[in-house]
Design a protein around this ligand. Structure first.
Ligand code: NAD
Length: 270
């Protein structure tokens, strides 16, 4: 359990971040939500979490592309809860261009949100974690942090670099203080983002959502099904436990074996 810990989860207004925020709240964490979306829906989420889990839940609308707003997000979390004990770097922006046509502003924006923001947030929360001799940082990478993919240079690059930031942070915290930094590498997770692509495929092919989901996952060599956001949230919460103190500097796939079996010949006999 994580009772009384204070967590900041970026990009937690939907998808994997929202699920992670809820798992952490269910374990007794106070949570600072962040991300974009409809103000009424975010307030319903925030108030609902407080009512369901009996913890304090706040929301800050910082745009992580802006360093001053990142500072304000950290300052407000510390003002509200007293500390940031758990940082989950989850927010993401995705562009879909081949390198030849990649707009430089889009590239810089992706780097700012997906990589520089986690760096600044890590830099800002580490002193407080050192002072309390307790801290957990989890960076949300991807299976595309382990492999290239056409048309995804921003994503592949930033998700790979997050694994490097994870190792560098672990190196600088691997003394006797109880601070860890790990990454997770999800395969395809059922979030509004992937649902949008499955719906597009269903429409293009005139097939059901389930049939399109099966094809979407087969194309990605993940035939075992989508990773559910709650399961990724539970892995993140596991990494935040006291008992996970020995685990640091790792990146852990959660992908139905996708990254561990990519050389498998699926037509070969057993
Ligand atoms: P999503 O697109 O559904 O949500 C992204 C969140 O980030 C939203 O809350 C959004 O408001 C927020 N955000 C975007 N730009 C922001 C900015 N400038 N400032 C603050 N917040 C911002 O994403 P998701 O599918 O839930 O993915 C969450 C994480 O999991 C990401 O890091 C993603 O790379 C990773 N991941 C997802 C999948 C998947 O299949 N969905 C697979 C592997 C890894």
């Amino acid at each position: 359990m994580l009772k009384g810990k204070n967590a900041l989860v970026t990009g937690s207004t939907r998808g994997l971040g929202e699920a992670t925020a809820k798992v952490l709240a269910s374990e007794g964490c106070n949570v600072m939500l962040n991300g974009f979306g409809d103000a009424d829906e975010i307030e319903t989420l925030r108030a609902g979490m407080e009512a369901e889990f009996g913890v304090s839940v706040r929301y800050h609308d910082a745009d992580l592309a802006d360093a001053a707003q990142i500072d304000a997000l950290v300052d407000e979390t510390v003002a509200a809860f007293g500390s940031v004990d758990i940082l989950v770097n989850n927010a993401v922006i995705r562009y879909f261009h081949r390198i030849d046509n990649f707009d430089r502003d889009d590239w810089n924006h992706a780097l700012a949100v997906n990589l520089t923001a986690p760096f600044i947030l890590t830099q800002r929360v580490l002193p407080g974690m050192r002072a309390k001799e307790w801290g957990r940082i989890v960076n949300i990478s991807s299976v595309l942090g382990l492999s290239g993919q056409t048309g995804r240079a921003d994503y592949v690059t930033t998700k790979t670099a997050l694994i490097g930031l994870t190792r560098a942070t672990a190196a600088e915290t691997s003394d006797s203080l109880n601070i860890t930094c790990n990454a997770i590498n999800p395969g395809s997770v059922l979030t509004p983002n992937s649902e949008k692509f499955v719906n597009q495929l269903a429409e293009e092919k005139g097939i059901s959502f389930d049939a399109a989901a099966e094809e979407y996952l087969l194309r990605r060599r993940q035939p075992g099904g989508f990773v559910l956001p709650e399961r990724a949230g539970k892995l993140i919460a596991f990494l935040c436990q006291d008992s996970s103190f020995d685990i640091t500097g790792t990146s852990i796939p959660i992908d139905h074996g996708r990254s561990g079996t990519w050389l498998q010949d699926r037509t070969a006999p057993d």
